[in-house]
Design a binder for this molecule. Structure first.
Ligand SMILES: NC(=O)c1ccc[n+]([C@@H]2O[C@H](COP(=O)([O-])OP(=O)(O)OC[C@H]3O[C@@H](n4cnc5c(N)ncnc54)[C@H](O)[C@@H]3O)[C@@H](O)[C@H]2O)c1
Length: 251
């Protein structure tokens, strides 16, 4: 038996990177997956690749910062599937700036996607998750919520908010049998981090600091997400799972 058989899943920002890997992993384990992304081409390509491998996926073009898009996204899921078992709030952006130069526009942009987007999708998805009678939310936080590097203070603040929100929401959604957990990835090789991973000096420094001596892959995170999404984690809620090759345990 596949681990997500008969489950309906939605992954935001699933057109590439970690989101795409999670959607692919979920589909491989039998879930019907909605691939939501700003980028229509990537959402379609990711869905087609899943279908070619024998899975079931539907592309949805949705900007998590846009309330109309989020409402339309859930309307489509409601009409096609009637409920939702798994919501992964993965869409996120990264802005690197000295704190003293972070103007309001920059702060708003990062907060809108990384924090308000998560709040909006978790709130508006409630009815569909409750309708499944066995729902779960997985939010993408980051080790940056707790461990810091220079110039990522605004990003780190949003991820701290995602971790807190996940724990608080676990309490509020538990009576409806909706579990809420969060992932704290370390340095994962994706478009988001290519400024670090493709720079020979920075990448060497980061790998040297990582006990398992490599960058993580999107699949490393997807496998952790698969566990949290599956019934194997049926008694786990309000918890953060770190996927970082040990980097956050070092001094
Ligand atoms: N890569 C890492 O090292 C790392 C580490 C910790 C946490 N994370 C988190 O994991 C998540 C995924 O990161 P990634 O590395 O795969 O990034 P990525 O840039 O490769 O992919 C992000 C995806 O989100 C989509 N997106 C961006 N804004 C959106 C919006 N407003 N609405 C809908 N979709 C939107 C993009 O189009 C893209 O497809 C993010 O929340 C990120 O903060 C990543």
């Amino acid at each position: 038996m596949q681990r997500l058989e008969n489950k309906i899943a939605l992954v935001t920002g699933a057109g590439q990177g970690i989101g795409q890997a999670m959607a692919t992993q979920f589909a491989r384990e039998g879930a019907e997956v909605y691939i939501a992304d700003l980028d229509e081409t990537n959402a379609r390509t990711a869905s087609e690749q899943i279908a070619e491998a024998g899975g079931s996926a539907h592309p949805l073009v949705a900007d998590v910062t846009n309330p109309d898009d989020v409402a339309a996204m859930y309307e489509q899921i409601k009409s096609k599937s009637g409920h939702l078992n798994i919501l992964v709030n993965n869409a996120g952006i990264h802005i690197r700036t000295d704190f003293r130069h972070a103007d309001d526009e920059t702060v708003d942009k990062v907060f809108d996607v990384n924090l308000r987007g998560v709040i909006r999708c978790a709130r508006e998805g409630f009815d569909l998750l409750r309708a499944s009678e066995n729902g779960c939310i997985i939010n993408l936080s980051s080790i940056m919520a707790e461990n810091h590097v220079r110039q990522l203070s605004i990003y780190a603040t949003t991820k701290g908010g995602v971790s807190s929100l996940s724990r608080a929401l676990a309490l509020e959604y538990a009576p409806y049998n909706i579990r809420v957990n969060y992932l704290l990835p370390g340095f994962i090789d994706t478009e988001l981090t290519k400024r670090f991973t493709k720079n020979p000096v920075i990448s060497k420094e980061l790998i040297d600091r990582t006990p398992l001596r490599r960058f993580g892959t999107p699949d490393d995170v997807a496998k952790a997400a698969l566990y949290l999404a599956s019934d194997d984690a049926a008694f786990i809620t309000g918890m953060g799972l770190t996927v970082d090759g040990g980097v956050s345990i070092t001094v």
